[in-house]
Design a binder for this molecule. Structure first.
Ligand code: ZN
Length: 239
């Protein structure tokens, strides 16, 4: 006789970018193992694919992973991590507070409460960016897969590539030119042909992508210095 299946609890999760609420379940032990194996591999493609797969499995309502902005998936991943493995992550801090002209140097363990995860977003950032009297660019937040597949290259090229991945369309008085109808080379030529001031406007958009963050407050047991640290990389939550 087949063994009985034990139901998993379900939780409501509100998608940060669109405010929709979906039902999700925690990771199973098997999924947690897959994540740990992927993280140990240190292979970015394997990590991304496993995170995508697990997040997709845990969404009871359909989740369009290739359309949602990357930060929705990061945020959901941290939420699931808290519900599946626990709210607490042990971390160790190194105190670099200067005491009598020497860094304190104390290394001490503390814990991070990831139930306090929050989205950080700059409300002054707008996605429609005029570049000229009647020309401009409409920006969007890239999907998870798109962000992870951006050619790293050198830091300058990387920034340009992120900008290109975030262009929804370019417009002028004659109409709109969707980015998806144009090659990466054409978009690159467009972006690199901009004035420094206009490039900066697009750069501002990508430098201020919303991100999740967990704040940690702890006092150094040696010198008493109050540390306030923001964690916003989900790799930090799987150590
Ligand atoms: Zn200290």
């Amino acid at each position: 006789m087949a063994l009985p299946k034990i139901d998993m609890p379900t939780y409501d999760f509100t998608i940060p970018s669109n405010g929709k609420t979906i039902k999700v379940r925690p990771f199973s032990v098997k999924e947690e193992k897959l994540l740990l194996i992927a993280l140990e591999s240190k292979n970015p493609d394997e990590i991304v694919n496993t995170v995508k797969q697990v997040v997709n499995n845990c969404a009871i309502d359909v989740l369009d992973m290739d359309k949602l902005p990357f930060f929705d998936i990061d945020f959901l991943f941290v939420f699931l991590r808290a519900k599946s493995i626990g709210d607490t992550v042990e971390v160790s801090l190194t105190c670099n507070n200067m005491v009598e002209n020497e860094p304190c140097g104390k290394v001490f363990p503390t814990s991070l409460n990831i139930a306090n995860v929050q989205m950080i977003r700059d409300e002054t950032i707008v996605d429609k960016i005029p570049l000229d009297k009647d020309k401009g660019v409409k920006m969007k937040y890239p999907s998870y897969a798109k962000m992870q597949h951006i050619d790293q290259g050198n830091p300058v090229d990387y920034k340009t590539n992120v900008i290109i991945s975030a262009i929804e369309h370019i417009y002028d008085k004659n109409g709109i030119y969707p980015a998806r109808d144009h090659s990466t080379e054409e978009l690159k030529e467009f972006v690199e042909g901009l004035s420094e001031a206009n490039y900066k406007k697009l750069e501002d958009f990508v430098d201020n992508f919303p991100t999740f963050a967990v704040k940690l407050e702890a006092d150094c047991p040696k010198c008493g210095f109050h540390h306030s640290v923001r964690y916003s990389d989900f790799y930090d939550f799987f150590t």
